[in-house]
Design a binder for this molecule. Sequence first.
Ligand SMILES: [Fe+2]
Length: 393
Amino acid sequence: MAGDPTQAVAPIAPETLLDMASGLALVAEAWAGSLERHPDSRTGLRILAGEDYDVWLLRWPTGTAVSPHHHGDSEAAFVVSSGALEETRWLDGRREVRQLTRGQGATVERGVVHDVGAQVEALSVHVYSPPLARMAFFDDSAQEVLLEESVDPRQDAVIVGGPPIVVHSDGLGAILDKARERISPRIEPRELAAAMDAGALVVDTRPVELRHRDGELDGALVIDRNVLEWRLDPVGSHRLPEASDADRPVILVCDEGYASSLAAVSLLHLGRRNVTDLKGGYQAWRRFTQRQEAAGSGSDKGRSTHRSMTALRVEDVIFLDDLRALGIPWINRLVDPCTSREDVERAWTLIRMWGPDHEDAKDMLQLSAQLPQVKQDVQKTLDLIRLCEEYRR
Ligand SMILES: [Fe+2]
């Protein structure tokens, strides 16, 4: 049996762990039948454990990866038993990638941040010392910890033939990425007011304690997270009147813009067709409005700051020129009416939210002619907008 996890044990040297993993990788098929198979998630089985180490067998369906992580206080090593894995690690700010095939592996010293992924189905053996008790998951650039997860090391020493103890998740970072691929383009704090004006339903899901502490979000509908699905189900009997139109854009707001992305996916499942969230949540919106006020360009709190007409900045002009340079036939009709920074923000938000052929976009921009529905053009525009956003940061 594994010992008391609170009792510190001396770690086994990573090179020894690599030897252990290499040997076990040769016979890993003995456990493979007990390891759950999932079409698109990694699965794991803890196959051996002592007081000072434990061993995991992992199955990697094609296309799966973890997300940058480290193994808490454990030294580690892993070896590919079948298939191939790609390992990425971040060392002194440098990103290094290597391919590992059958029989190949690596030591992962304590604190080293790495990621592992499979481009073909793979099976691998991972050894940790002390037994794996904690993992920390990072953002894509391996700079910021997004989640720390505990792994209970107090499991029976040998499990053969039993059900898998743990199904590894892909990590919160990967789950968030997947959620954000599915929802509509996320809204920046500076775009929120224009989106509201254009008819988006902005929903504040923060708990009452945070709203009392930090303040309300003007113009937003407050819906408690635990009744969100009931209130916004477009055909549900408990829905709010504002929620009846399944196409009405919905922008969810939480405190920092993580939980809202996951909640947005939940609303897609209910049949809403245009759901997104506010990047950075209420906190980012608050910082934005405070900066606006400090810069003297804002008047009242938040929502009204965009109303003050301020002249186009150099960056806005460059942005418009970039859009014109696309050479899309209708692009001039979209950008030429822009005479202020607010117009740019509105045009930008409208293109992102509805595409340039939507009625509201046309009305607001006083477009005189019908805009062609050319999907590739819209995609090109959205790509360029993303580049411009990067530039403007
Ligand atoms: Fe790892």
